[in-house]
Design a binder for this molecule. Sequence first.
Ligand SMILES: *[C@@H]1O[C@H](CO)[C@@H](O)[C@H](O)[C@H]1NC(C)=O
Ligand SMILES: *[C@@H]1O[C@H](CO)[C@@H](O)[C@H](O)[C@H]1NC(C)=O
Ligand SMILES: *[C@@H]1O[C@H](CO)[C@@H](O)[C@H](O)[C@H]1NC(C)=O
Ligand SMILES: *[C@@H]1O[C@H](CO)[C@@H](O)[C@H](O)[C@H]1NC(C)=O
Ligand SMILES: *[C@@H]1O[C@H](CO)[C@@H](O)[C@H](O)[C@H]1NC(C)=O
Length: 420
Amino acid sequence: MKPYHSYCFSTSPKERNKMIWRAGLLLSWTLSVATFIFLLTSYSNPFTVTPKQDPDEATSTLRIKNKEDDEKPCDLFVGRWIWNPNGSVYTNRTCKTMPESKNCGKYGKDDKLLVNWRWKPNGCNLPRFDAEAFLGIVRGKKMAFIGDSVARNQMDSLVCLLSQVETPSNVMKSADDKFVTWYFSKHDFTLMILWSKFLVVGTKMLINGSDSGVFNLHVDKIDVKWTEKLPELDYALISDGHWFFRKTYLYEENNLIGCVFCNDANVTNLGLGYAFRRAFQTALKHINRCEKCKGLVTLLRTFSPAHFEHGSWNDGGRCNRTVPMAESKLNLGGTEWEFRSIQVEEVERAKVEGVRRGKRFGVLDVTRAMLLRPDGHPDTHWNNNWMAGYSDCVHWCLPGPIDTWNDLLLEVLKKDSYIA
Ligand SMILES: *[C@@H]1O[C@H](CO)[C@@H](O)[C@H](O)[C@H]1NC(C)=O
Ligand SMILES: *[C@@H]1O[C@H](CO)[C@@H](O)[C@H](O)[C@H]1NC(C)=O
Ligand SMILES: *[C@@H]1O[C@H](CO)[C@@H](O)[C@H](O)[C@H]1NC(C)=O
Ligand SMILES: *[C@@H]1O[C@H](CO)[C@@H](O)[C@H](O)[C@H]1NC(C)=O
Ligand SMILES: *[C@@H]1O[C@H](CO)[C@@H](O)[C@H](O)[C@H]1NC(C)=O
């Protein structure tokens, strides 16, 4: 992790008290208005609750009609975190594959607090993860997470969730641990991580023979280490982002076209968004043009925000909050949201081409939900080398809010259009 934007938002205790007081007022006001509206509607329309015969059932059942049933499909990605003491479906004892660096409970974080918040989409409920249902959908299929260590983080969460039903076997692990494959034999399901820092070709730039931390990015050249496997896959879950936060020189057709986080006399600073967008365009275009990739479903998991406070990643920054952030503090003006918007736009563009090419695309739009979870990172409870000496405010604890990404994944997979 090199030059990293500081993701700062600060709230003083005084402000917080004010917020709590205001939230209290707002809550009581909302409750009284809601009660009033409820009374009003139930009196003026006594037939809202109608007994209904379910044609598929022999015995008649009284079904209370949910108003939400009538509405257009709900947007799973817009909502809030609500308290739900039911906790996670797994723990660090029931998930044997949990990486030490994500085992926040073991290193002193109060994981009871962490897992007792559930994502509540505004128009519906997000069901609890159902491993049987998931494995039923992906029976006989191959799925890959493609991207950086946050993509790996989601795969590790999914392995914990699925291993409550079936223990997978580890069938491949590269020496550097960047490429790992799990096989669920009872369901003939293969799950893997394909590592890529930038999705496109990125090489370290050596200055006078030593590692400068600067990268040369060929934004029009695909990183073949992940695309090699593509023709075998039924599902590709693509993501990336954190490696772009550093000085880079950008190339197209092998010509230097500009740079990012730079101030060079004769090279144009094209900005972070440019590099990020071009990398995703190249990746999605490659998928669309992959002729051997029959029926591939690609889901792009949108940018996962980091939450450094009280400093940046390399000068004592922390992420030591213990509760989700208030919705009113949601900041959609930063780089995180810009990245997310670029990703959503590029998926929309890929979808149009995908119709002609028999490829399907969708998004797992987690950015908004995760912006509200500064409490979900390991912080100082890391126990390995990749953030050595620093707080980890980039990755997510297991169990923790990242499990929600897989709850969302299951709901998205259930849609007909995404059954591979
Ligand atoms: C907690 O789980 C129980 C049993 O599965 C369920 O009946 C209850 O509705 C859940 N509570 C919440 C708040 O979701
Ligand atoms: C699991 O987490 C708990 C805290 O929730 C901790 O006390 C315990 O040591 C951890 N156990 C393992 C095996 O990691
Ligand atoms: C590389 O080394 C040369 C000779 O020692 C020195 O003059 C030059 O400034 C160095 N370049 C950079 C970018 O450090
Ligand atoms: C930019 O200027 C430096 C110093 O004059 C030179 O070494 C370098 O080759 C130039 N780069 C380009 C792309 O022209
Ligand atoms: C979080 O860490 C900062 C910096 O070390 C400290 O000032 C602050 O009090 C801590 N907050 C909590 C809730 O522990």
